[in-house]
Design a protein around this ligand. Structure first.
Ligand code: RP5
Length: 211
């Protein structure tokens, strides 16, 4: 990231914080990750579902890429790379402007043994809740190890899909339509297990394996 790009990102966040936009026009969920190498874990791939699949495919969110041109969907998210150690200024401004920019919840993921982006963002953005995603197993202690009085919500290593569901659960307390989407998602999971169980029983083990 050049200094120009970094400065313009910081300026854009600061100027958005001063705007008076309607809640429908601002992102509801902010997703930040320590590096673009975290993208597959954070947003998912064709093989492994991540936050993108949960938000877009299961819950009907759209990704907002232009603050002046919000997507049609009522619920939106934004995505950024924010490095705690290489761009601490950006991390600080991101957390500090989160509430004024209309974010209701942040999902923050980082890998490595010093995965400080989620926990530092939780402290800076407080009281906006932060759902932390340890991108690797070795990042778990760093993400969840917060002192008393400095809260973070966190999911297991790599579970950005669950982080997105948790973020939507927070939003859904105020939005019945989103609550319905979450309930429908869960009902579908239940039905799938029921169908698999029935098929296993009725086909028997060899038949089930061949189906
Ligand atoms: C990568 O460095 C990790 O996946 C982590 O998210 C990223 C950012 O670390 P810092 O730049 O904050 O040290 O190894």
């Amino acid at each position: 990231m050049t200094d120009d790009a970094l400065d313009s990102l910081i300026e854009s966040l600061e100027s958005e914080a001063k705007r008076d936009r309607a809640p429908e026009d601002t992102p509801d969920v902010g997703i930040i990750m320590g590096s673009d190498s975290d993208l597959d874990v954070m947003m998912g791939t064709e093989e492994d579902s991540g936050a993108y699949h949960a938000l877009v495919e299961e819950l009907g969110f759209e990704e907002q890429t232009d603050y002046d041109d919000p997507p049609e969907a009522r619920f939106t998210f934004e995505t950024y790379v924010v490095s705690a150690h290489r761009t601490p200024e950006l991390m600080y401004v991101y957390g500090e402007t989160a509430e004024d920019r209309g974010l209701d919840v942040i999902i923050a993921g980082a890998g490595g043994k010093s995965a400080d982006l989620p926990n530092m963002t939780a402290s800076i953005a407080y009281p906006v809740p932060v759902v932390g995603v340890p991108v690797q197993e070795k990042s778990v202690d760093s993400v969840i190890g917060m002192p008393t009085g400095a809260p973070i919500v966190a999911v297991d290593a790599g579970k950005s899909f669950n982080a997105a569901l948790s973020a939507a659960q927070i939003l859904a307390r105020k939005h019945p339509g989103l609550r319905e989407r979450l309930v429908t998602y869960h009902e579908n999971l239940k039905a799938e297990v029921g169908e698999v169980s029935r098929d296993l029983h009725e086909l028997g083990t060899p038949g089930f394996r061949q189906r």
